[in-house]
Design a protein around this ligand. Structure first.
Ligand code: MN
Ligand code: MN
Length: 470
């Protein structure tokens, strides 16, 4: 049957969106699934920012990237990185063009919402030993009770010795948990607002119940735990004062669904964009403008501190590139930033039909419709948001459409429902053209977030095309 004139006009004029799965070949599907398997493998070994940096540096070394501190000069084609205190990482592939012509940056963050141990975490109550915690980032507290938790992090002794802790991941390891109240006795708790169901001060990790044999000591369960820790790690209670121990879900990321079309895992926000941008800078070809991959820390608590994106440490890295390329002169850094472009790579929100009321159906991101761009962030009248310039979006559309990459442009949610932000504004304030984009997820900030494998691969392709063509 011939198409009607109206149908032809519709095809020409409408911006019709559809699931990427509708058009993939079986070969493309295999490529997409293989990429997600590699992501799952990495994510299961990088649940914290420190572990992500460690894993990334290993991959970088295997791919001939060098620590910027160890090289005296750099030229086109060189690959370097800056390891910022083992918690954030800046990676560069030097392009054929001069640095002053601008950089192509992709910036993600590698910290995720979690529970941190307090500085004095260990105590005993009624023959139970506990670690006291203080949550990190925007969590729904009730989601962190009654699930298996693992302890990851470092303990540093006054002599500088650093002890790495990772317990709860191996099959033979014990796990830990935070208890919740049985429904039979929770009448009062269940009347509370969801936000108040679990108090932050009650997020105490259960870690032991067996007393050390002997007399004259008050807290013998605590003593027994400390004795075991002393045997395993050589630490005493005071060593917690100089530690960073994080509680993360003890379960692993896995394929989700009978069709295995999705990935469920802890820490997609934002290791999903961090991993895809890392892969993109490893695999990008023919780099003209210098490519930079930022893996930042502390985004979930406001990007502060010397490992967060607000830190001057990043500017120092770019200055080092200018110094070691022999290109530097007074105030050149400002010009470099003003000539640069950036994809602020952070997760977006997938439209969830169960909670559809928070979304505007024509301005939300759909699962498997491709990488999602947010022209602007912020809340209540775009306040506090970073808003990308139309000219920059047009340029990106050109790159995406030329490379046949499926993408969508969306908003976080309905007007006045809420909002959020990323690291975008920090680079925008320096003069960089920036837009937010990333993989949309379900259950964001929960212990088990969900993303589409199609969208993961779409993000990787976007970051790679951006490095090669922006
Ligand atoms: Mn994020
Ligand atoms: Mn987040």
């Amino acid at each position: 049957m011939e198409k009607s004139e109206a149908k032809e006009l519709e095809e020409k004029l409408f911006n019709t969106k559809s699931s990427g799965w509708e058009t993939v070949t079986s070969e493309e599907k295999n490529t997409i699934f293989k990429f997600s398997d590699e992501y799952i493998w990495f994510l299961n070994r990088a649940k914290t920012e420190r572990e992500f940096v460690e894993g990334a540096v290993k991959i970088l070394a295997e791919n001939n990237f060098k620590d910027i501190a160890t090289v005296d000069s750099i030229k086109a084609g060189d690959k370097v990185y800056f390891n910022n205190r083992g918690k954030s990482l800046y990676i560069a592939v030097i392009g054929n063009k001069k640095l002053e012509e601008g950089l192509n940056l992709v910036g993600a963050h590698i910290d995720s919402p979690r529970l941190d141990l307090k500085p004095n975490p260990l105590y005993e109550d009624t023959e139970f030993a506990y670690f006291n915690t203080h949550y990190y980032g925007g969590i729904k507290k009730y989601q962190w009770t009654a699930i298996p938790l693992a302890i990851h992090g470092v303990i540093v002794k006054p002599n500088g010795e650093k002890i790495t802790v990772k317990i709860g991941e191996d099959e033979e390891d014990p796990i830990f948990t935070i208890t919740d109240l049985l429904p039979h006795l929770a009448k009062e708790q269940l009347q509370r607002k969801l936000d108040e169901g679990i108090n932050g001060e009650d997020l105490n990790l259960l870690i032991g119940n067996m007393p050390y044999e002997g007399e004259g000591v008050k807290d013998r369960v605590k003593l027994n735990v400390l004795k075991l820790l002393n045997e395993k790690y050589g630490i005493v209670e005071a060593d917690f004062l100089s530690s960073e121990l994080e509680l993360v879900p003890a379960f692993n990321a896995k394929s989700l669904g009978f069709d295995k079309s999705m990935v469920a895992g802890y820490g997609h926000d934002d290791k999903i964009c961090a991993y895809t941008s890392l892969r993109a800078i490893l695999e990008a070809q023919n780099i003209e403008k210098t490519a930079i991959c930022i893996l930042s820390d502390k985004e979930e608590v406001g990007s502060m501190g010397n490992t967060g994106m607000e830190s001057q440490t990043f500017d120092y890295f770019i200055s080092e590139l200018l110094n070691k390329s022999g290109e530097n002169r007074p105030n050149l850094l400002n010009k470099v930033f003003c000539n640069s472009s950036m994809l602020s790579a952070d997760v977006g929100v997938t439209y969830d039909p169960i909670y559809g009321a928070v979304s505007d159906r024509t301005n939300c991101a759909y699962s498997a419709y491709g990488i999602s761009f947010d022209k602007y962030t912020g809340s209540r009248g775009k306040a506090g948001g970073s808003d990308a310039n139309a000219e920059f979006i047009a340029k990106l559309r050109g790159i995406l459409e030329k490379n046949d990459i499926k993408y969508q442009i969306s908003e976080l949610g309905r007007v006045d429902v809420g909002g959020g932000g990323t690291i975008a504004y920090i680079l925008a304030n320096k003069g960089v053209e920036v837009i937010d984009c990333g993989v949309p997820v379900l259950s964001m900030h929960s212990p088990y977030e969900v993303a589409s494998k199609y969208d993961i691969y779409s993000a990787y392709r976007t970051y790679k095309a951006f490095y090669e063509e922006a």
